[in-house]
Design a protein. Sequence first.
Length: 479
Amino acid sequence: MHKPKLPRRLGAVWHSRIPIRVRLTLWYVLAMAFLLFSFAIFLHARVEPRLEEQTDMTMDVVAELTQHHIIESDGDLAFRNRDSLEDDYSSNLALYLLSDDGTVWDSVGADEDIPVFFPPQAGFTTEDDQKRGPREWEWRVYSLPVPEDDPVGWLQITQKRDVMGTLRGHICLGLPVGMLFAGLGGIFLATRVLRPIKNMTTTTRQITANDLHQRIDYTGPQDEIGRLAATLDGMLDRLEAGFERERRFTSDAAHELRTPLTALKGQIGVALSQPRQPRDYECTLRDLEGQVDRLIRLSSDLLLLARLEHRRMAEQHEQIMLADLLLALVDQVMMLAEEKHITLTGDVQPELTFTGNMNLLIRLFLNLLDNAIKYTPEGGTVTLRACQEADRIRVSVSDTGPGIPADQLPHLFEPFFRVESDRGRGPTQAGGAGLGLAIAHEIARAHDGSIAIKSTPGHGSTFTVYLPLAPTPPAPRKP
């Protein structure tokens, strides 16, 4: 079996075991070290030629001034006013008067640490004192023949190049010190930046399925961490709402299932409590059949709703002549409207087409029509309208019923929700379990559409379904 390469294993250890605070600090230190090292190289490259140029200018000025203090005596050269010259030059600068054979005639500021370089070379040179080590002792030497009109010897000015050495020493010392302070600063900054994330971790660890009320409540600036905290709080809001919806759904489903089961058990108990005539048993069995049918419808609706919410319905989309479908549904419920003396009309734009699931769309619009007729009083009006609007189809069902209070509209498409006027029904009264509109809403969403409700208490309601316009089917190919 092929084993992962060492760099990959080290990378996995780096990301899994080393805290992010340490990683941020190390990256910060490495970045600062790179910047400091780059700056040191730049500084050395810029300063060295400038210092050398300044040193040469100083030595040239000293040579120009010193030539006026050189005298010739018996073929040898010497300095006059030595005391004045000694006071003018520091200990790292030496002036030598040399003969052509290397004899030192006179010197100013010379000691055992400043050597004489022979044979002299006219102009500026950089020399190493090999006896003391070339890297530690480096000298800048300026040699010129004197006197200028009739040279008999050399004026050699020597100065130790210790400025660059000092600069290198400072750089070598400053780099580790700078990295140390960078590390301390990186730890401080990483700790400060990650403190809100630590607080978020502590808060989220305390959140459980039974306690979703806590929030991070970040009060800092709305930067990346602020947006992360806001996102987590929003996610917790959605989770709490989802859990609450699931708990309410479970409670309502249990209630809806318990009602017919309780009725079944009661009727069976009454039937078995004493001997009865066959006709009585038949009536009881018919009542039980009705309750079983209600249970079957309820379980089927619950299964359909669960599949729609999780988008688990099989794709059975087809090209539908929506205009014909809607008019056929109007005809189908016309008898129910006539029984209540309700005027039912359909105003449908011809040749409306839509690509969708035929059975689900029938369930959607039939549910809206059935609700409109059910809650419209006798002599009222129910109207179905359908037309094309830009890139969508609008289908509305309006009634002249009692309307729905505004505070109940946001909950209208929740499972098992019923308006207050409908909650008092008994198990044998007309009405559903409160799943019809929830299923209709999910059917619309399954077709990338939506349902809107507009209602005024005392003046009726209008349910409007918006569906994306079906694409035009391709023209058939000619044989």
